[in-house]
Design a protein around this ligand. Structure first.
Ligand code: HEM
Ligand SMILES: [Cu+2]
Length: 564
């Protein structure tokens, strides 16, 4: 562990006073100024903040596209967009949301900012590699965005062959972008694994590791093991498209189902790259904001690893209708059910933690409660889709669209927002308005369910996904379809309002918010033991961990900063 030389130890409030007076550099935000000091920083917190700004920007762009899609679907007839444009917009929406928003979202932003602090380290194990990951991420994103200028692509975010090797649209720059982005993800994963193994503070045993970090660790394993498969798959796709080598296209002697195997061998584990960090955040929020030691610490920690392992064994549930053998279908269906076990262990443990806790209905806690509700719906409807027979009816309908939005948005995005509120005071040094926070959370909850619940009903009635008009889908059901689609579109407008309010009060807090104390919620993990915002080297004195992460009994004893 290297020692970053910093200004001498200053008590938290003294440091804050200094910042307020615009005096000596006191924390990681004010230590250096200027754009270059950010772009070339090796400080994991600054890199995390840059990721945060980037992923939120992409979330905004992806969200705008979604709102346009929903506008088109307010009426059954094609009116706002042409079919081609609709195809391009949902492909861009999906690709942006998946590859540049949700996969990096929690690990690269909140993970980067907090992983080293939570283990009492000064930085990640490889700070330069960390910065390189961010640059690679930027380059990959530029490729993906360039595809918009190049006319966008219309394949769906899954780039299924043989269409993706035949369409005249911008598949090459988009897949190259995703290929490049993969390296960023792999390097972040390697960095986090080594950091957790090697840089934990004295006393911070594995059984004292905050659950957010167990989740990040499990995620990192998947990032390192699964992402290369996607990279190779996309290279093969490019080889077929550019060099005309027959790999997937039957007309050239290839096998399109092979593409689906490769793609989902990455992309199913990738859904756990998306959701495991969210689980980690929920564990932190529920324990801290109910001031109760988490129920079943070991069960939650090990279930993350179990999910990471199982995630590699279930990809075939995306291919029940691809013509794979009935036996394969049965085995994949069975294995898919087994994932429900470790997942349910977590949900049970969170609910048991809440039981008789002193629950503070903070904005962060509200998001955790919303998560329990929406993620559970998302997870349980996954069991319908994982069941061989129902899936034959539900495959490629809006039921799937509802399911994955309940998991990705109702799960990951909601948890991400919870974590953002939980840690906002720590990394910005400012408190936001809890009152507006609750208003925002309520709108997001209502808007989210309004947007996506009708999609379950639509899907069960046979509304296919990726359609830009539905006047001819089921003429006898048209009034029902139109009603449900309109509900969904109104929901999306409410959701947008919720997000705008959130953006408003969070930005407002940066300039006018009260200064945050070191430990506003009474957390027991190490990040709450340092100033808000933390100094560049994270702690003024080398921290020593002397108790478990959810041991709220005696705050003054937490991880005494035992200077040498
Ligand atoms: C603002 C909230 C959102 C709305 C209103 C929304 C709406 C939609 C709509 C209407 C579609 C097209 C469905 C179809 O025609 O098959 C879609 C597809 C999709 N969405 Fe969202 N979405 C939202 C947020 C998200 C988020 C947060 C994610 C992931 C992080 C996401 C990921 C996807 C994916 C992967 C697809 C599939 C694209 C494809 O079929 O290739 N969406 N969404
Ligand atoms: Cu899957």
């Amino acid at each position: 562990m290297t020692t970053a030389d910093q200004a001498g130890p200053a008590p938290a409030d003294q440091a804050l006073a200094a910042t307020a007076a615009g005096a000596a550099p006191a924390n990681y935000l004010t230590a250096q100024r200027g754009l270059l000091s950010w772009l070339f920083t090796l400080d994991h917190k600054r890199i995390g903040v840059m990721y945060l700004i980037s992923v939120l920007t992409f979330f905004f762009i992806g969200g705008l596209l979604a709102v346009v899609l929903r506008l088109e679907l307010m009426s059954a007839k094609p009116d706002l967009l042409s079919a081609d444009t609709y195809n391009k917009l949902f492909t861009l929406h999906g690709a942006i949301m998946i590859f540049v928003f949700i996969i990096p979202s929690i690990p690269a932003s909140l993970g980067n900012i907090f992983l080293p602090i939570m283990i009492g380290a000064k930085d990640v194990a490889f700070p330069r590699l960390n910065l390189l990951s961010y640059w690679i991420y930027l380059v990959g994103s530029v490729f993906l965005l360039y595809s918009i200028l190049a006319g966008a692509m219309d394949t769906g975010w899954t780039f299924y062959t043989p269409y993706s090797t035949q369409t005249g649209t911008a598949v090459i720059s988009a897949t190259l972008g995703v290929f490049v982005l993969g390296f960023s993800s792999i390097l972040t994963g390697i960095n986090f694994i080594v950091t957790i193994h090697k840089l934990r503070a004295p006393g911070l045993t594995w059984m004292r590791l905050p659950l957010f970090l167990w989740a990040t660790y499990a995620t990192a394993i998947i990032q390192v093991l699964a992402t290369p498969v996607l990279a190779i798959t996309l290279l093969l796709l490019l080889a077929e498209r550019v060099l005309g080598i027959g790999i997937f296209d039957p007309a050239m002697g290839g096998d399109p189902v092979l593409y689906q195997h490769f793609f989902w061998f990455y992309s199913h584990p990738a859904v756990y790259i998306m959701i495991l960090p969210a689980f980690g955040i929920i564990s932190e929020i529920i324990a801290v904001h109910s001031q109760k030691p988490i129920f079943g610490y070991r069960a939650i920690a090990y279930s993350s690893l179990a999910i990471a392992l199982l995630s590699f064994l279930v990809w075939g549930h995306h291919m029940f209708v691809s013509g794979q053998s009935e036996l394969a279908g049965m085995i994949f269906s069975f294995l898919t059910f087994t994932v429900a076990v470790p997942t349910a262990i977590k949900v049970f443990s969170w609910v048991a933690t809440l039981y008789k806790g002193s629950i503070a209905l903070t904005t962060a806690m509200l998001y955790a409660l919303v998560f329990l509700f929406t993620f559970t719906i998302g997870g349980l409807t996954g069991i319908f889709l994982g069941s061989l027979t129902p899936d034959i009816h539900l495959h490629d309908t809006y039921f799937v669209v509802a399911h994955f939005h309940y998991v990705m948005m109702g799960g990951t995005v909601i948890a991400f927002l919870g974590g953002l509120h939980h840690w906002w005071p720590k990394f910005t040094g400012r408190m936001f308005s809890e009152r507006w926070g609750r208003v925002g959370a309520a709108l997001v909850f209502v808007g989210f369910n309004g947007t996506f619940f009708p999609k379950f009903l639509l899907g069960a009635q046979g509304m296919p996904r990726r359609y830009h008009s539905y006047d001819l889908v089921a003429p006898d059901q048209l009034p029902l379809f139109e009603l449900l689609h309109r509900l969904s579109s109104f929901g999306s407008q409410l959701l947008t309002l919720g997000f705008l309010i959130m953006a408003g009060y969070l930005l407002h807090s940066l300039f006018y918010g009260q200064r945050a104390p070191a430990n506003p919620w009474g957390g027991a993990t190490l990040e709450w033991q340092t100033a808000s915002p933390p100094p560049t080297s994270n702690f003024d004195d080398d921290p020593v961990c002397s108790r478990g992460p959810y041991d709220f009994r005696d705050d003054s004893q937490t991880a005494t900063a035992a200077a040498s």
